[in-house]
Design a binder for this molecule. Structure first.
Ligand code: ATP
Length: 444
């Protein structure tokens, strides 16, 4: 991962604005806030749950729904030590931890700008020798807390795809090259969670394990690097805020012949959204050795048996949501006032449409409800009849809603509504009878 660069005050401003907006509008709340919050954990509110779901669904749409060579699974979060013994996590999934002798603070030394100075108290030369700290959350399954009951919360979703390789091969009719995809929670006991939802102890991942004939691994690695970079661009992040960074030889794990990160230009500098790794046959071979099960593929076309190689694009859903929010955030002057608007891609925005009766007058509510009922089965809609219409538009701008539909008194005569575009603020009169098709053309 690249080292964070120092943020300018202007950039720090963006970070604070995002944290503030997401709290104010119901995207993200500090977890257990009424008890003072809990150690960098976050809850996703009424709007955030929609957006996070859209991030995950958009990934699933591109990686599973729109392909014939990828299937999905949803594996258990709890797993036995054997899995993590085989994967190497028990021995190697560690970060270097130091204690400050002066103030007692603990830091991950490889992430410090100055590895000699404590960022908590500012004192130099007070760190203990680094020791390796395992990031996995350990617990016990069942009522007896002995060694036989030890279980781990998964620190990545990937192992579920490896342990189910033979099950999927035997049931799905897929043959290499093919992939297994999974979206779900992962847990890492990070030494220093930081930067809001960028690094947390509980987070969500979107991972694909793509199994290929060994001589095709390099080709597929290049393919997935290009494909994954393009996915972020297609979903609204400007290309000049993204880059693909190949790891140097000394950053690679011993089994990887190539790893590249998709990085986003966060307010603190370039940082990782996703890693794409060419993992060779390491994972399947490890699990085959440790479990005693055959995890290979017999190719009837060539009469050859081989262990597929794996190309792994591994992304963070919660971290990606943060990048989408940052890239979408804009402030602009409109008639002497500052308008804050999230220019989110329509597939990522929490709501696609807001239905707004111009006033709470009785006559406008039934037609507004009718419009809502016609649109709701097809799109995620918000409905709001409070406050003046200008303030409701501003609220929807801050939620990133691409279109507002306003039902006014003319609607009672002409059976048409005003549709307002979030980005241009242009307004167009659309007959209610045409509304569904009008939106289908723009939002599907
Ligand atoms: P980092 O170097 O940032 O700790 P990593 O290289 O260990 O991340 P991977 O194991 O490759 O991360 O995980 C794949 C993706 O999962 C990351 O690119 C990131 O988007 C996400 N991710 C990993 N750890 C966290 C975390 N603690 N909080 C939120 N997202 C995470």
């Amino acid at each position: 991962m690249s080292e964070p660069e120092t943020a300018t005050p202007e950039e720090t401003g963006l970070f604070d604005k995002i944290v503030n907006l997401t709290k104010r509008r119901g995207f993200v709340f500090p977890s257990a806030e009424i008890y003072g919050g809990f150690r960098s954990t976050y809850d996703y509110g009424p709007v955030g749950v929609l957006m996070l779901r859209n991030v995950k669904n958009s990934w699933w749409r591109s990686m599973v729904q729109m392909r014939t060579d990828v299937v999905g699974i949803d594996a258990a979060i709890l797993s036995p030590p054997q899995v993590w013994e085989a994967s190497g996590h028990l021995a190697n999934f560690t970060d270097p931890l130091v204690d400050c002798r002066a103030c007692g603070a603990r830091h991950r030394i490889d992430k410090l700008d100055d590895p000699d100075t404590c960022p908590t108290c500012g004192k130099s030369g007070q760190f203990t020798e680094p020791r390796q700290f395992n990031l996995m959350f350990k617990t016990h399954a069942g009522p007896v807390e002995n060694d036989g009951a030890v279980a781990y919360l998964r620190p990545e979703t990937a192992q579920g795809m490896f342990t189910n390789f033979a099950n999927v091969l035997n049931t799905s009719r897929k043959r290499p090259p093919f992939g297994i995809a999974q979206v779900g929670k992962s847990f890492r006991n990070e030494i220093t969670p930081q930067n809001f939802v960028f690094r947390t102890r509980e987070f969500e991942q979107m991972e694909l394990e793509f199994f290929v004939p060994p001589d095709e691994a390099e080709k597929w690695y290049q393919y997935w690097c290009a494909e994954r970079l393009q996915w972020y661009i297609d979903h609204g992040i400007p290309a000049d805020q993204l880059r693909l960074r190949a790891h140097d030889a000394d950053e690679l794990s011993h089994y990887s012949s190539g790893t590249s990160d998709v990085e986003y230009l966060f307010p603190w500098g370039w940082d990782e959204l996703e890693g794409i790794a060419n993992r060779g046959d390491y994972d399947l071979t490890q699990h085959a050795t440790h479990s005693g099960e055959k995890l290979d593929y017999f190719d009837p076309a060539t009469n050859e048996r081989y262990t597929p190689h794996v190309v792994e694009p591994a992304a963070g859903a919660t971290r990606t949501m943060m990048a989408f929010l940052m890239a979408a955030y804009h402030e602009e002057e409109v008639r002497g006032e500052t308008r804050t608007v999230l220019r989110l891609h329509h597939r990522i925005a929490p709501y696609q449409i807001a239905v707004l009766p111009l006033s709470k007058k009785d006559t406008l509510i039934p037609p507004a409800q009718q419009v809502l009922s016609a649109l709701q089965p097809h799109f995620m809609c918000d409905y709001d009849e409070t406050q003046a219409i200008g303030r409701r538009y501003r609220r929807q701008d801050e939620l990133g809603t691409p279109y507002c539909v306003t039902i006014d008194f003319d609607s009672l005569d002409d059976n048409a509504v005003t549709v307002r575009d979030r980005d241009s603020m242009d307004q167009e009169r659309v007959p209610i009878a045409d509304l569904l098709d009008w939106f289908r053309e723009r939002l599907v």
